[in-house]
Design a protein around this ligand. Structure first.
Ligand code: CTP
Length: 405
């Protein structure tokens, strides 16, 4: 995800410095080349050696170093960065940036760089809420800096409130977003994900093992490409990706209502949810007690959400379905594509190793309206998602002739 990208991580002096070490690890794991620059105060919390070992690159810390300044190192660093991330960014660093002060290695780089800069503040809640900090924050936004807002919770200073450094995973996600071309900017998309639960009493339900991973990967990748993303999710344990508007539902009828409410404004809708085809005809108000008798549960059909979307599809909207199959994959998927009036369908064979429910990978076949099929090899669900959005983008821009047949 960060292959071939150089990230300059600026670390200023607050207790959250230790979390920046985890961030370096995440950047490196994602394939990025990381160069760390520390302020003098940051070095009081964690030694440069930690960051050097994790990043595998020397740590910049001294504006007047005889070794590095022979090559005007701060200008070099400013030029080499594809992205600058400031984590943690202290109130003092934010104040200097807002005023344009450049009195150390990090702040000189910040004036010299033309790369996007992601500011991740971390400080005491009172310092964060202080009008001076809030004024500086506003100035930084006006100057074009991107902000990863601090999280709320219990702070190192034993106070409760906003000021915790954002989760390193969220900082990584925002960094990837800043380095991804905004090919879906101005577009609104909706993705459904996960299973539905059909209760027959308050504590028991019919469902399936869908983990939601494919839908969440689609939502994450669309957000990276700058789409406005709605994620209508059945019950699952995944955290919502940053910058995604998640609507949580339980049953198929709740999912249908949530989706139909938003559908007309969407440029594209991708239904990955494993919607339960049936629900109990009656739901008991209280827990059903056991008895020695056999128990039958009468099931009635649930609405087919995708088929409804196919009937009311506004002109220009791209509608994508999934077909989870165990036999006659291509034929069954093609039938669904026609029956539900889709632009294309993504078929997967649930019997294959590494494909389908719960797995982090998927091996799918994409079938278009003209019947043309392309087989994608086994890849991560994020890579499958990227392929799906590439195809959606081609149709939206009028470039995919076959799918318009
Ligand atoms: N789908 C839906 N509403 C349903 C059932 C399915 O919107 N009640 C959507 C799924 O999200 C998926 C597509 O329709 O995008 C195909 O789902 P799938 O379960 O493979 O097929 P079904 O239409 O349910 O047909 P069958 O169970 O007979 O294979």
């Amino acid at each position: 995800m960060l292959q071939g990208k150089t990230i300059l991580l600026g670390v200023s002096g607050g207790i959250a410095v230790y979390k920046a070490a985890e961030l370096v690890r995440l950047f490196v794991k994602a394939g990025g080349s990381v160069h760390v620059v520390m302020t003098a105060n940051a070095q009081q919390f964690v030694t440069p050696l930690t960051f050097q070992a994790l990043s595998n690159n020397p740590v910049g810390r001294d504006l007047f170093s005889m070794d590095s300044e022979s090559q005007i190192s701060h200008i070099q660093k400013a030029r080499m960065a594809d992205l600058v991330v400031l984590a943690p960014a202290t109130a003092n660093l934010m104040a200097k940036m807002a005023a344009g002060i450049a009195d150390d290695y990090l702040t000189t780089i910040l004036l010299a760089t033309t790369a996007p800069v992601l500011v991740c503040p971390a400080m005491n809640v009172k310092m964060w809420e202080h009008p001076a900090t809030q004024r500086n924050l506003k100035t930084l936004c006006e100057l074009g800096y991107r902000i990863e807002p601090p999280a709320s919770g219990f702070l190192a200073c034993q106070e409760e409130g906003a000021g915790r450094l954002a989760d390193p995973g969220d900082i990584l996600e925002s960094s990837i977003g800043l380095l991804t071309p905004p090919t879906l900017a101005g577009r609104s998309v909706l993705v459904s994900a996960g299973p539905t639960r059909e209760h027959f009493d308050p504590v028991r339900f019919l469902s399936n093992p869908s983990s939601g991973k494919m839908g969440y990967a689609l939502a994450r990748v669309a957000a990276r490409r700058s789409a406005r993303v709605f994620l209508v999710s059945g019950p699952c344990s995944l955290a919502p990706p940053p910058r995604v508007e998640r609507i949580c539902v339980t049953s198929a009828t709740q999912m249908r209502d949530a989706i139909l409410n938003l559908s007309s404004e969407q440029d594209a809708i991708v239904m990955t949810a494993a919607v339960s085809d049936y629900r109990p005809a009656r739901t008991a108000a209280h827990k059903v007690k056991k008895s020695p008798e056999d128990l039958s549960v009468l099931l009635e059909p649930n609405p087919d959400i995708l088929a409804s979307l196919g009937q009311i599809k506004p002109p220009g909207q791209v509608l994508v379905g999934f077909a989870a199959e165990t036999e006659n994959i291509t034929q069954n998927a093609q039938d669904k594509l026609v029956r539900k009036n889709l632009d294309f369908i993504v078929a997967n064979d649930l019997t294959r190793e590494g494909a389908g429910f719960c797995s982090d990978t998927n091996e799918v076949k994409i079938i278009g309206r003209g019947g043309e099929a392309s087989d994608l090899s086994l890849m991560t669900k994020e890579e499958v998602a990227a392929n799906i959005w590439d195809r959606v983008e081609r149709i939206l821009s009028g470039g995919d002739i076959e799918s318009q047949q």
